[in-house]
Design a protein around this ligand. Structure first.
Ligand code: COA
Length: 259
């Protein structure tokens, strides 16, 4: 599909999805969200894609939902908008291929929520984070009230949610909102380097780690441990496990096939 507000480029099995509406700081209007939804499905199904980076064009990652569209929305439309965005972000979070947010600038509101739906977050030292919805008399609608406490703890999350304050990349790192902060010029290389490390590993094992961490967070410890043991058992039937263990014993690099 041809995208108007996104670019999707694939090199060495890594897709780079760039949200490209820089004049509006990549704000997520319906058109951008529609394309994002399509692009996520493309990343999920395309066999030449093993991992993805989501980033933004210009000085923003994403400066939030499009406030123009939010003003004057009816309750029914607002709820449908929230559910629609939540569905797209959940498809990112549950993608079996690793997805890294490369946060180049403003990640506010829906932008912070988009970053949190990704598996790993790397921030440029120019990035800024916040959930400023309360300043508009709104609350987050794309998962901010749920993912932020899970990532940084309830107290820190409520401070950001209730004040609507913006924090810089170092503070985001300090509270555990991002995995790493790098110089702006190194951002994309750092994201690609991280994904290259992941892509060298068994793809089935990677997919099951994502699934176990995602599902397990919502389970009791006993249920989560059972899920993990089931995954461990399932992988024992895979060629990848045989290849990985044999390669170690033969002192050579493994060659995984994802089978
Ligand atoms: N929705 C719609 N348009 C947005 C937007 C958003 N969330 N964020 C930025 N824009 C637009 C601005 O309206 C402006 O458009 P214009 O040039 O046609 O007037 C353009 O993007 C540039 O933004 P501007 O505000 O001029 O840049 P700035 O550097 O002065 O400020 C921000 C940057 C991010 C601090 C500021 O744009 C902002 O506060 N954005 C809203 C953030 C927010 O509340 N997000 C949550 C929404 S629920």
């Amino acid at each position: 599909m041809d995208y108007q507000f996104l670019t999707l480029e694939v090199a060495d099995r890594i897709a780079t999805l760039t949200i490209n509406r820089p004049d509006k700081l990549n704000a997520l209007n319906s058109a951008v969200l529609g394309e994002l939804s399509h692009a996520i499905d493309e990343i999920r199904v395309r066999e030449d894609i093993g991992a993805a980076i989501i980033t933004g064009a210009g000085r923003a990652f994403v400066a939030g939902a499009d406030i123009k569209e939010l003003s004057g929305q009816t309750p029914v439309v607002a709820k449908a908008r929230a559910r629609g965005g939540q569905d797209i972000f959940r498809r990112i979070e549950t993608c079996s291929k690793p997805i890294v947010a490369a946060i180049n600038g403003f990640a506010l509101g829906g932008g912070c929520e988009l970053a949190m739906a990704c598996h790993i977050r790397i921030a440029s030292d120019q990035a800024k984070f916040g959930q400023p919805e309360v300043k508009l008399g709104l609350c987050p609608g794309y998962g901010g009230t749920q993912r932020l406490p899970r990532l940084v703890g309830k107290g820190r999350a409520l401070q950001l949610l209730l004040t609507g304050e913006t924090i810089d990349a170092n503070e985001a790192f300090r509270i555990g909102l991002v995995n790493r902060v790098v110089h702006a010029a190194e951002l994309m290389n750092a994201a690609r380097e991280l994904l290259r490390l992941v892509l060298a590993n068994g793809p089935l094992a990677v997919a099951l780690c994502i699934e176990a961490a995602d599902r397990g967070m919502e389970m009791s410890l006993d249920e989560g441990l059972l899920l993990e043991a089931n995954h461990f058992g399932l992988l024992a039937a895979s060629e990848d496990t045989r290849e990985g263990t044999t390669a170690f014993l033969e002192k050579r690099a493994p060659s995984f096939k994802g089978k």
